[in-house]
Design a protein around this ligand. Structure first.
Ligand code: IPM
Ligand code: MG
Length: 372
């Protein structure tokens, strides 16, 4: 029996292409693993009304980790329109499988390292090495949303909040409500994960991202918990930044930042920004990490227009595999894989189209495998 069971979830579009590439390097590095395919994605939404079928949820209950490619997501109405005729009008609502997975398995850390590998022509600046800790289960992603707004909710909000008065006059179809819900526990544990990482890897500073001057209830709670956790890590500097200002400062003075910790939506935004600073989505890797399970995925989406062309850059997914190796406790293999990636980037022979070259997805994987 293999040492590890890994769920293999390519999903949609280029998810398939980049996962094929990741498999090449994992096989070459000799991870003692059994890879078990799981159905997930748009096809299962259309044909079964569920993009994340129960059988895939069961699979995830019985593995050590999962690798996940990408998934096509569409707004509610567009999703309903693509359902098989027999499923239309049955009240099915599309919800992003990755968001569900994060909640269902309590994968509360979204870890997104953004490192500029030397010689990558797409680096915004050489030497960048940012790490984003994004809270992954709550905030505006809680899924508590109303459109149209039910009269009970309207009445209650009218009673409880003066600020609601102008909205309460509107007909239910003229507005929508999405709840931003942040808990003490959720805020505490993501802050702790960021500080523990900083301690373990000798990072100097953790920046807490918020908008507490306007979004007072939830973001103040998030800040308060971060300040509380910081007391246990006196050797690490903590600073606080408003999300809007941070996007400017990050571009202006990126070397002022080190580890960033943010509630879910702000973390989503800054992780794309940080990924772009180190080469774009072809380099953004991410881990959705809980106590029992971790699911590793590239930050990029399914890019349907490139699906099956084996053109996109697999490095994000290959770095994602490196994160999985580290998480499994196979740090020696993880480090070797990262070095192989770094060498290929530095040598500059293999370059996918985003890097200005013609190397295909699988050729890039072979080039990296050859360095292992
Ligand atoms: C990400 C993605 C997802 C998110 C989408 C695909 C639901 O943008 O992983 O950052 O918003 O979390
Ligand atoms: Mg995102």
């Amino acid at each position: 029996m293999a040492k590890y069971k890994i769920a293999w979830l390519p999903g949609d579009g280029v998810g398939v292409d980049v996962m094929d590439a990741a498999k090449i390097v994992l096989d070459r590095i000799g991870l003692d693993a059994e890879y078990i395919h799981g159905d997930i994605g748009w096809e299962f939404w259309r044909t079964e009304g569920d993009a994340f079928p129960a059988r895939t949820i069961d699979l995830l209950k019985n593995v050590d980790a999962a690798m996940f490619g990408a998934i096509t997501s569409k707004p509610l109405k567009a999703a309903e329109a693509e359902l098989a005729d027999s499923l239309k009008g049955t009240g099915l609502q599309y919800r992003s499988p990755i968001v569900r997975m994060r909640q269902l398995f309590d994968l509360y850390i979204c870890l997104r390292p953004c490192k500029a590998y030397p010689g990558n022509p797409l680096n915004f600046k050489e030497g960048l090495d940012l790490v984003v800790f994004r809270e992954n289960t709550e905030d505006l992603y809680a899924g508590v949303e109303f459109s149209p707004v039910p009269p009970e909710l309207c009445d209650t909000l009218g009673k409880l909040s003066k600020a609601f008065a102008p909205f309460g006059k509107l007909p239910p179809n003229e507005y929508a409500v999405s709840c931003k819900i942040n808990t003490r526990k959720g805020s505490e544990r993501i802050a702790r994960a960021a500080f523990e990482f900083a301690r373990k890897f000798n990072r100097k500073k953790v920046t807490v991202v918020h908008k507490a001057n306007v979004v007072r209830a939830t973001d103040n709670l998030f800040l308060e918990m971060a300040r509380e956790v910081h007391k246990d890590f006196p050797e690490i500097q903590m600073d606080e930044a408003n999300i809007d200002a941070l996007t400017m400062w990050l571009l202006k003075n990126p070397f002022n930042y080190d580890v960033l910790v943010a509630p879910n939506l702000y973390g989503d935004i800054i992780s794309d920004l940080c990924a772009q600073m180190v080469g774009g989505l072809g380099f953004g890797c991410s881990g959705n990490i809980g106590e029992k399970l971790a699911v590793f995925e590239p930050t990029h989406g399914s890019a349907p227009k490139y699906a099956g062309q084996y053109k996109v850059n697999p490095i994000a997914t290959i770095l994602t595999a490196k994160m999985m190796l580290d998480w499994l406790g196979e740090a020696e293999k993880g480090t070797r894989l990262e070095q192989a990636v770094a060498t290929v980037i530095a040598e500059g022979q293999a370059r996918t189209y985003d890097m200005g070259g013609k190397t295909s997805t699988l050729e890039m994987a072979e080039a990296i495998a050859a360095k292992l």
